[in-house]
Design a protein around this ligand. Structure first.
Ligand code: GRF
Length: 189
């Protein structure tokens, strides 16, 4: 059985694209049944439409609170029989509505060796600190920001002569590979 996945994203969507492609090519035994996006103008929305993937966008400010927009999201997820929630640059905390509906079924990717550098601008901060390495973490989501049980971590060396742009490029490459590997495994279980 193909696993039904929802990707949650707010921005560019390069991870979304890598996952969607791996699903299309049969590398992942799953399909992205829905993109959930809180930024209707984000690039990821156009990427999904190009790939004929359904999109649910919402504006948080039009809701009273997190629980109310998550209720709407949940209706969309349940209506499609979605089993797994994959956060890929979703710039919001997940609340108890979704956490309780999908226990151990929500994962996130973060561009650092967590618990180091949680939150925003993680690549830039690691680079600015002169670290000799940083990395990528995939983890289960809990109520915190970039906390929750780790699934896998991959180290990325920061080399002499790297600029921030070069490092970011290398990091994103690793993110795409690692997220596809994790999803491939999770969808085979
Ligand atoms: C990635 O670096 C991811 O680790 C972080 O947000 C970024 C999203 O990038 N959580 P993209 O939208 O997938 O290109």
């Amino acid at each position: 059985m193909m696993r039904k996945i929802a990707v949650f994203a707010s921005g560019t969507g390069s991870n979304f694209h890598a996952i969607a492609k791996a699903c299309e090519e049969g590398v992942i035994n799953g399909q992205i049944s829905l993109l959930v996006c809180d930024q209707p103008e984000a690039k990821v929305v156009a990427k999904a439409k190009n790939m004929k993937i359904e999109v649910f966008t919402f504006l948080a400010k039009e809701y009273e609170d997190r629980a109310s927009y998550e209720e709407d999201i949940l209706t969309q997820l349940r209506g499609r029989g979605i089993e797994l929630l994959v956060l890929a640059g979703y710039m919001r905390l997940v609340g108890s509505t979704l956490l309780e509906a999908y226990p151990n079924k929500i994962i996130n990717i973060h561009p650092s060796l967590l618990p180091a550098y949680p939150g925003l601008n993680s690549i830039k901060r690691a680079f600015g600190e002169g670290e000799s390495e940083t990395g990528v973490t995939v983890h289960y989501v809990d109520r915190g920001m970039d906390t929750g049980p780790m699934i896998v971590q991959r180290t990325v060396k920061i080399q002499e002569g790297d600029t921030l742009e070069i490092l970011e490029e290398r990091m994103h490459q690793i993110e795409h590979e690692l997220y596809v590997e994790v999803l491939k495994e999770l969808c085979e279980e």
